[in-house]
Ligand binder design. Sequence first.
Ligand SMILES: NC(=O)c1ccc[n+]([C@@H]2O[C@H](COP(=O)([O-])OP(=O)(O)OC[C@H]3O[C@@H](n4cnc5c(N)ncnc54)[C@H](OP(=O)(O)O)[C@@H]3O)[C@@H](O)[C@H]2O)c1
Length: 291
Amino acid sequence: MAPPVILIGSAGALGQELSSQFQAAGVPVYGLSRSNFDIGLSLPRLVELFQKMGARAVVNCLAMTGLDKCFREQPQAFEANGLFPNKLAMACKILNLAVIQISTENVFSCNINELTYREDDKTLPTTVYGFSKLLGEAHGMRDSAPFYVIRFPLLYGPTHRRQIVARMIKEVLRGNEVSVASDVYSTPVYTPDAASFIVNGVIGETKFAALTHLTSGHRISLHDLICIIAKGIDAKGKIQPTLSSRFPSLETKPLHGGLQSDVADCLPWEGAVTRYVDWIKTNQKVIIDEN
Ligand SMILES: NC(=O)c1ccc[n+]([C@@H]2O[C@H](COP(=O)([O-])OP(=O)(O)OC[C@H]3O[C@@H](n4cnc5c(N)ncnc54)[C@H](OP(=O)(O)O)[C@@H]3O)[C@@H](O)[C@H]2O)c1
């Protein structure tokens, strides 16, 4: 049987998508989530655990997400997003086991209109979430350990049920009016495409660079993204453009996200939106009835 992969954060949105795709590719998954795994495990215990599993790689998509939550719970955010991935980097150095660490566009300032960020651009986070995720990129170890960082822009897709895109789409499907920020930008990536890149890398069909930006390369506002999807599904609810400042937050929101890459091809844009639209049409009733 193919050697398994250790998937940390397997109950999260990206984790669920990865879990299905690894299994579909014939790769057994050791899923680690809050119910069966403690990020406070000491380094020797972590090494021991991984050694027993005999895995081919570790994918870490565990994170405390949500800007306000990270600001409110700073010690927990730094522990989950920053300290824990560094412990993983040490474990993988000891075991010579590849780790794929998921990161974010929020390691950049994201405060310059029209700018999208390349791998070599200077990181300058402005939020607790961004700082904690940057710490988790384990910069001091990346060159000497098999530790690969993949940064994502906004993710959307079937498993991202609790996220802003899905929440807005659910409301317009129900016929409700929503106000969506027209001054927040990213280069959105469809979660199944994100997962597929990672699965192909782990099974050896593509090679990971030490640091990769995975992006659709299509810079778009959140408002316009929701409008395109809503049009595709013929949703009845109205979508009003608004400014993000209408929604209070504990830190200044990074508005101008978006990534480009010098090491990886862009992931699909139009085709991905079409696949998402088709998925929503097929699952419309479930989405509307969901809490
Ligand atoms: N979503 C996006 O648009 C986006 C964009 C760029 C990058 N990313 C990155 O992509 C990765 C995956 O994010 P996602 O969208 O899948 O988020 P998610 O759905 O919130 O998944 C994160 C998972 O980590 C778990 N977790 C957090 N702290 C934990 C702890 N102390 N112990 C155990 N489990 C813990 C969460 O469990 P609980 O739910 O129980 O807390 C959740 O299941 C993260 O690294 C994130 O930074 C996401």
